[in-house]
Design a binder for this molecule. Structure first.
Ligand SMILES: Cc1cc2nc3c(=O)[nH]c(=O)nc-3n(C[C@H](O)[C@H](O)[C@H](O)COP(=O)(O)OP(=O)(O)OC[C@H]3O[C@@H](n4cnc5c(N)ncnc54)[C@H](O)[C@@H]3O)c2cc1C
Length: 375
């Protein structure tokens, strides 16, 4: 009998498997697809890495834990998992990025810098700002590398003794007084505990938490002038920008060959999808027109036609926070990523490992308690 089975090896599950194996536990990981695949929520080259998180001040400790763990992993593998080039949170003084990041930084003791409209315009001429726009600079932020990190988590777990079954779908989980039975089409694995981290598919294995998977394509662009340095990562670091109408853009520049990543927030469509029926086609009018128009208005030196695109999903919870922790006897879950989970995944993997072994968690995570909606 294994100590723990982790079901789903995307961002959250791969990190949990690594942190469980790092404790010397007999850990088994089961993934329906290949490791680092492009059919869930953790694919594409990069994600924004932020430390002062407008979503909740409690997330700062988790982002910092991810950074520490990834630094340690990088010393082992020789790879880089985070590039800290700073990040801009842009909008009117009352906008969510500006107000939310200021409050989160103050609560979490994160150092940030305020930029006036004129300073922002002078330092970042790529932005076609509204007159009221100001910014908060988060110097510890940057980008993290998505698919390589998932693969590195799993490789580290295997080196530490974990067993991994890729291309294996879990079809049922049965909790008994003497252990958990995790069924696949070919075998049943028994374990003391199970961590279920199946992303957009969480509700299919765990009835209860109200989760809403949402189709969210990824897009990459190029500067109009291919010789321009204006959209290199060092000159165009990661950003979140909220407009007066509540929509917004997020993204970052690139020193590598994958292009300038930009996405649109606030487009109300494709919610409550069945992840098994995700529409993987990209539709020029539906998917691209609104984003291209926003880019033409706000970054006039970027070519508004994307050079690359991929479908992806986020899974929204009722309050925009993850669901992480014990969900029943022998069962822990990690899901409801709500579109901002990657930067926290190593820290969440560590929390899951701590909860599995009944260690004291390194930070208070009551705001992520999966039972919070039932109270
Ligand atoms: C467009 C976009 C932009 C984003 N931007 C950012 C960002 O800038 N910063 C940030 O921090 N986060 C960002 N995110 C969010 C981040 O990518 C997610 O929070 C994270 O990838 C969620 O990981 P997960 O492990 O929950 O899901 P997944 O990576 O999808 O993992 C779930 C895994 O479970 C497997 N699985 C499902 N069912 C079964 C089964 N029955 N048996 C076995 N395996 C199963 C799936 O195949 C999958 O591999 C973004 C997301 C998207 C889509």
């Amino acid at each position: 009998m294994a100590d723990v089975v982790v079901v789903g090896l995307g961002a959250f599950g791969s990190a949990a498997l690594w942190r469980l194996a790092a404790r010397g536990l007999d850990a088994v990981g089961i993934e329906r697809q290949g490791i680092g695949h492009a059919f869930g929520s953790s694919h594409g080259a990069t994600r924004l890495f932020r430390v002062a998180c407008m979503e909740h001040p409690g997330l700062t400790a988790i982002a910092r834990k991810s950074l520490a763990l990834w630094t340690e992993l990088g010393e082992w593998t020789g790879e880089t998992y985070v590039r800290q080039t700073g990040s801009l949170n842009v909008g009117a003084p009352e906008s969510r990025p500006v107000k939310g990041v200021r409050a989160a930084a103050a609560a979490a003791g994160a150092v940030t810098t305020e930029l006036t409209h004129d300073e922002l315009h002078e330092q970042f001429p790529q932005y076609n700002l509204a007159p009221e726009d100001v910014a908060i600079w988060d110097p510890d932020a940057g980008i993290c590398y998505a698919e390589p990190t998932v693969r590195a988590h799993v490789a580290a777990a295997v080196r530490l003794g974990a067993t991994v079954y890729p291309h294996t779908m879990v079809t049922g989980i049965e909790v008994r007084p003497d252990g958990v039975r995790v069924r696949t089409p070919t075998t049943t694995i028994t374990a003391d505990q199970v961590v279920i981290a199946t992303g957009a598919w969480l509700s299919k294995l765990v009835p209860g938490p109200a989760l809403s998977p949402r189709r969210t394509p990824l897009f990459w662009f190029q500067p109009k002038d291919p010789a321009s340095d204006a959209f290199r990562l060092r000159n165009f670091p990661s950003f979140i920008w909220e407009f007066a109408d509540g929509r917004g853009l997020w993204g970052h520049g690139s020193d590598e060959d994958f292009g300038v990543k930009v996405g649109l927030d606030g487009a109300e469509r494709d919610r409550d999808i069945d992840p098994d029926e995700l529409d993987r086609y990209i539709h020029p009018r539906k998917d691209i027109a609104e984003l291209s128009a926003a880019i033409a208005d706000h970054f006039p030196d970027l070519d508004p036609e994307p050079v690359k695109l991929m479908p992806c999903m986020v899974t929204d919870s009722l309050d925009g926070q993850f669901l992480v922790g014990r969900y029943g006897d022998r069962v822990l879950i990690a899901g409801g990523d709500s579109g901002h989970g990657f930067k926290h995944c190593a820290g969440i993997g560590e929390l899951l490992a701590q909860q599995t072994t009944k260690e004291t968690p390194y930070t208070d995570v009551s705001f992520l308690d999966p039972h919070r909606f039932q109270r």
